[in-house]
Each structure stands twice: as structure tokens, then as C-alpha cells.
Design a protein around this ligand. Structure first.
Ligand SMILES: [Zn+2]
Length: 206
């Protein structure tokens, strides 16, 4: 915690003054162009990997970058509320769902481990069941390959869940927003972008 407090002190005394004009503008303006939905994993930092400034990304981070499908009447849902606000009020023009290599949530989902002591995790991972079903259809020589495939399938499944949210449905119908699926590789720093049914590399690996 001491390091965190020291970091905040350095931000206030060194970083903030150096970008005073940016923060002065941001004090009264909030117009992010992109909703970035990523994993809570500490190694996946949206602003770092996209080289974005404060004010450019509206971010939702959940374990496994899972996006529960729209469930009217299910009660308060922070993910649904954030999606609705970003798309309808802030008017973001792109939404990125970003998975990543070595994802703990996807590893747990893939391994059928005992989650009896983690009931909240077990309940949350049910939102990855469709991705698990897709990956189960594959044939993988190693457990790491299975997790990597699940990470990719999960991004596509969460994009499908995203399309169940009315705000997204409306924005797509008006061509006001585009959806993107990414997988970030921690070891190489590369990002792979997926279209439904296929994929292509945004940046070369290595
Ligand atoms: Zn993760």
C-alpha cells in the first residue's frame, strides 16, 4: 500500500502538472470514443496496451472479460448499466471485448477444478459456459492449447452476449457503433483481432 500511496503522490506532484491542459479539459468533458471490456487481470492494462490518454476509453473490467447477456428483471447489473450508459449517453462508436493469454478465469473454466470454496466465482463463470461448449468440440494436444482456444471462443461468445443488450442492438441498427474482438498476448505484446468466423493479426507476434 505504501508504494501505491507514493505513486499517487508522484502523480499529483509530477505527472498532473505536466499534463495540466489535458486534465483541465477533462474536468468538464467526458467524450470517450471506445468502450473497452477487458479482464480484471492486473497484467492487462487497457490504457497501456492501446496507448490511450485519460478520457479516451470507457472501461469495464470483469473476471474473464465476461459480459452477462441482457436479463431484464434480474436486478441491479453493473455491467449492463455501464454498457447502456457508454453506448446511449456517451455515444461510444466502438466496443472492444479483449481476452488475454494465461487468463485465470478461462483456466478455471477449462480445468473443471473444484470451486466449492469460491461460490461467487463458480456462479460468475457460468457466463462462460457457451464458450466452454464451443472449445469442448475441439481436439487439443496440450492443456495450454485448450485454454488458448477457450480464450478466443470466449471473446466471440461475449460479443454475442453484448448483442443482446438493447442499447447495443439500437446502436448497431443505426450503424452508430462497431464491435471488435481482441486477444492480447502477454508474452509477446501482440494483439489479435477476431471477426466472427475467423481472425487476423493486428500486430505481428514477437
Ligand atoms: Zn483474465
Amino acid at each position: 500500500m505504501k508504494d501505491i500511496a507514493e505513486g499517487f503522490r508522484r502523480f499529483t506532484t509530477e505527472v498532473f502538472p505536466a499534463q495540466a491542459a489535458l486534465f483541465e479539459r477533462l474536468a468538464t468533458t467526458h467524450q470517450p470514443s471506445t468502450l473497452f471490456i477487458g479482464c480484471s487481470d492486473s497484467r492487462v492494462v487497457p490504457e497501456l496496451v492501446t496507448q490511450s490518454d485519460p478520457g479516451e476509453l470507457f472501461v469495464i473490467r470483469t473476471a474473464g472479460n465476461l459480459v452477462p447477456p441482457c436479463a431484464p428483471g434480474a436486478g441491479a447489473d453493473g455491467v449492463a448499466a455501464s454498457i447502456e450508459y457508454a453506448v446511449t449517453v456517451l455515444g461510444v462508436t466502438s466496443v472492444i471485448v479483449c481476452g488475454h493469454s494465461g487468463c485465470g478465469a478461462m483456466t478455471a473454466l477449462s480445468s473443471d477444478g473444484d470451486l466449492a470454496a469460491l461460490p461467487a466465482v463458480a456462479a460468475w463463470l457460468r457466463h462462460g459456459a457457451a464458450a466452454r461448449a464451443r472449445s469442448d468440440a475441439g481436439d487439443f494436444p496440450a492443456a495450454e492449447d485448450e485454454v488458448a482456444a477457450l480464450v478466443r471462443d470466449n471473446v466471440l461468445c461475449q460479443l454475442a452476449n453484448l448483442r443482446t443488450h438493447p442499447a447495443v442492438v439500437r446502436a448497431l441498427a443505426r450503424n452508430e457503433v462497431t464491435l471488435h474482438g481482441w486477444v492480447y498476448d502477454i508474452a509477446s505484446g501482440s494483439v489479435e483481432e477476431f471477426e466472427t468466423g475467423g481472425g487476423r493479426l493486428l500486430t505481428p507476434a514477437g
